[in-house]
Design a protein around this ligand. Structure first.
Ligand code: ADP
Ligand code: MG
Length: 331
């Protein structure tokens, strides 16, 4: 079955002019310009169902924004196909824009010198939003994002978090079915980030809006999305649940034990402890491979042979696993 959003084998490269140095180089460049090819997105495929909310993450320069720009019809792919809600974004842009909303955290679509509300009125005219829809959306979003106090202020006087919230509303006034968020929390303080996250969650849950949410911040994703796509150097390297990341990459676990005395722990039969770290006092940390059998064997052994006050198994933080994926330490 064809999905709501289909991306098939999409690639995109940019030509970057390569500058030779000095005056002779400048002249040479004018005569015969030299270009370097930068592969921004390479053979990326995925599909997204209606109402699904997907986190799209990757290090700086991974190709996130380029993908969002192709999905929203701003850029043409070099190869591959994209179809969203029956449209080919880059070919049917005029018909298509009415069904999507796009928020670029780095670039505002609001009028700098005008009060926020004036920009909204302008968008209402541009998108020909019916009065009733406009009122309903505006009132609801303003309340959800706590915007009443700054709606009449010029955009240039807003904090970054306030500006971002206004930009989010601007992208949603026409009730799009699909929203692309490109770094909507970048530079926003913790409280502002929470407001944006809970708004995104609610919009997805109540209005069944499909969303792609790119970010640097893994917390954004953990708090909003179930599904995660990771891209690195233009290529997709993971597509699955957040939970699945641990299954696939989180190969180690740790067991923190508080002993009743300062024991020397002897090697344990059939349990391969990768590291044994002394924490403060009588506390030790065992780091081992992530299989249930080993946890049981290790816990049983410790409980039977030593006096134990407290025992606690924990998994590595998703953030640290993803850091390792980017660094190429796991694959
Ligand atoms: N307009 C452009 N011209 C030249 N290179 C670009 C352009 N846009 C993006 N790139 C390059 O393509 C790669 C991917 O960029 P981008 O999609 O913005 O990454 P991300 O959003 O994941 O940080 C980067 O190496 C970037 O420098
Ligand atoms: Mg980007």
């Amino acid at each position: 079955m064809e999905q709501f959003i289909e991306v098939k084998h999409v690639s995109k490269s940019f030509k970057i002019s390569k500058r030779a140095k000095g005056i002779p180089g400048t002249i040479a460049n004018l005569l015969v310009p030299k270009y370097e090819k930068k592969q921004a997105v390479q053979d990326v495929s995925f599909s997204i169902a209606q109402g699904e909310m997907v986190g799209f993450i990757g290090p700086n320069g991974a190709g996130k924004s380029t993908t969002i720009k192709m999905l929203s019809g701003i850029l043409y792919p070099d190869a591959g196909e994209i179809k969203v809600n029956g449209y080919i974004p880059y070919k049917q842009r005029r018909e298509y824009v009415g069904s999507i909303g796009v928020v670029f955290g780095q670039k505002s679509q609001l009028q700098w010198d005008l009060p926020v509300i004036d920009s909204f009125e302008l968008l209402k005219a541009i998108y020909r939003i019916p009065e009733a829809t406009y009122r309903k959306n505006l009132n609801r979003f303003m309340e959800m994002l706590d915007m009443v106090e700054f709606i009449n202020r010029p955009v240039r006087q807003l904090s970054l978090g306030q500006r971002m919230r206004a930009d989010i509303v601007a992208a949603l006034l026409h009730s799009p079915k699909i929203v692309f968020f490109d770094e909507p929390t970048i530079g926003v303080d913790v409280v502002g980030k929470e407001k944006i996250r809970s708004f995104i969650r609610e919009l997805n849950a109540e209005d069944k809006v499909s969303m792609i949410f790119t970010t640097h911040d893994m917390q954004d994703i953990e708090k909003t999305c179930n599904r995660l796509i990771i891209i690195d150097k233009g290529a997709k390297i993971y597509d699955g649940s957040i939970f699945g990341i641990r299954e696939k990459y989180g190969t180690t676990r740790q067991l923190d034990v508080e002993f009743s005395e300062n024991y020397t722990v002897e090697p344990i039969q059939n349990v391969e402890v990768k590291e044994l770290n002394e924490l403060d006092g009588r506390k030790k940390r065992f780091i081992f491979e992530n299989t249930q059998v080993q946890i049981d064997a290790l816990m049983n052994h410790l409980l039977q042979n030593y006096g134990i006050r407290d025992i606690n198994v924990s998994e590595p933080e998703i953030e640290s696993i993803i850091g390792k994926i980017y660094a190429g330490e796991v694959c």
